[in-house]
Design a protein around this ligand. Structure first.
Ligand code: UD1
Ligand code: UDP
Length: 384
């Protein structure tokens, strides 16, 4: 056989890891690739937990995380660290995911080393460079650098076309749907979430971490949650708090010690996805959760000003509620008390994938390197 294509995946945060893990496994399975993994460890514990769940280990680990890290330190440490790694490993192609500082920096480092770049989860846009911050600019910059663009949806590809990015663009579906084939299971033990009765109580799963929500928006979000807990006797708000000290301190200050609000440490991906599959509804500012919860048939209130994921909003399972306390409270109250409204949103829709995104991405790379006769067929969501 001809020489294997050396594919190096680079990621550093929890969501990148969850969405890249099934691709790393797919690449390892295929004889035409040598799959290498470099983690930046922009996140440490939250990253390691994902590697454990998927039973994958890194060939290189930049171990960069520090408390209250700034965007410049993340970016510069990754850039410098990868210079050495690329020099040693000499990959044929580097795969990055999404829109974090690791993503941007790794794409730039690969470009400096004149290594081909594949961008997984390409083409998401809000067209507001400060929302989400810094993710919108990270993904736009990576879009200009990348050679191969793996778009989850047709809408994402259209965004790239508008920017005159036409070559090497594939519609693959989102790898998060592939990941959920591994993580959601009745066998997952949720007993660590104490005193929650999934049969009798409306369990509301919450996450909140975005940098643009630091300060007043996050305080408004948490005040709305506090009011919801105080107003509704039949709910349990389960909030696995991100390890960021900024988030942690704000959550403890406003929500600590309030009954019907459980502030718990981050869950591993199996626990989190399975918890979402069993909850009543989700309130979040997360990106990935906007894709996961609709697939599980759970309504999502997105506590942000904009979203780069309009597909589930259009399908009616995600509602963008902003960061104003009253608007968040009112929308949640509606879903808790108006059954028609709830039923309209609680339907499983899956505009984001069919669980075969990783296979399409691996096929597209093989095609790009001349190892296949045809490119993969685009992902098409089920017609309603
Ligand atoms: C980062 C990404 C964001 C992504 C999010 C997913 C950037 C700029 N931001 O934001 O796009 O949505 O990850 O969660 O790339 N920490 C720990 N242990 C961990 C992880 C984090 O202690 O395992 C703490 C550290 O003090 C760290 C802080 O959290 O400094 C913030 O982490 P950072 O990656 O800078 O920002 P996130 O808000 O997590
Ligand atoms: N997640 C998790 N444990 C938690 C909270 C979230 O495994 O305690 C998962 C979540 O299901 C999703 C991913 O982490 O797969 C999203 O990460 P995050 O919200 O931190 O980042 P974003 O998607 O906003 O970039």
């Amino acid at each position: 056989m001809t020489r294997k294509i050396k594919v190096m995946s680079v990621f550093g945060t929890r969501p990148e890891a969850i969405k890249m893990a099934p691709l790393v496994l797919e690449l390892k399975r295929r004889p035409e690739f040598e799959s290498l993994l470099c983690v930046t460890a922009q996140h440490r514990e939250m990253l390691d937990s994902v590697l454990d769940i998927f039973k994958i280990s890194a060939d290189y680990d930049l171990n960069i995380m520090q408390p209250r890290q700034t965007l410049s330190t993340i970016t510069s440490k990754v850039l410098l660290g990868l210079e050495d790694v690329f020099e040693k490993a000499k990959p044929d192609i580097v795969l990055v995911h999404g829109d974090t500082s690791t993503t941007f920096s790794a794409a730039l480092a690969a470009y400096y080393a004149k290594i081909k770049v594949g961008h997984v989860e390409a083409g998401l846009r809000t067209y507001d460079k400060y929302s989400p911050f810094p993710e919108e600019m990270n993904r736009r910059l990576v879009g200009s650098i990348a050679d191969l663009h793996f778009c989850p949806t047709e809408n994402n590809r259209n965004n790239l076309l508008r920017e005159n990015i036409k070559n090497g663009v594939y519609i693959t579906g989102n790898t998060v749907i592939d990941a959920m084939k591994y993580t959601v299971s009745d066998k997952v033990d949720l007993s660590l979430i104490k005193d929650v009765d999934f049969e009798r109580e409306k369990v509301v799963v919450v996450t909140c971490h975005r940098r643009e929500n630091y300060g007043k928006p996050m305080e408004q979000i948490f005040s709305a949650l506090k009011r919801l807990a105080e107003t509704n006797e039949d709910i349990q708000i389960v909030y696995p708090v991100h390890l960021s000290p900024v988030v942690h301190e704000t959550a403890q200050r406003i929500l600590g010690g309030i009954s019907r609000i459980k502030l718990i440490p981050p869950l591993d991906a199996e626990q989190m996805h399975t918890l979402m599959s069993r909850c009543y509804m989700v309130m979040t500012d997360s990106g990935g959760i906007q894709e996961e919860a609709p697939a599980l048939g759970k309504p999502v209130l997105v506590m942000r000003r904009e979203t780069e994921r309009p597909e589930a909003v259009e399908a009616g399972t995600v509602r963008l509620v902003g960061v104003d306390e009253k608007a968040i409270f009112d929308s949640a109250q509606e879903l808790l008390h108006d059954l028609d409204s709830y039923e309209r949103m609680a339907k499983a829709v899956n505009p984001y994938g069919d669980g075969s995104a990783c296979c399409r991405i691996a096929d597209a790379i093989a095609w790009d390197f001349g190892l296949k006769d045809a490119p993969p067929r685009d992902f098409e969501p089920e017609k309603k």
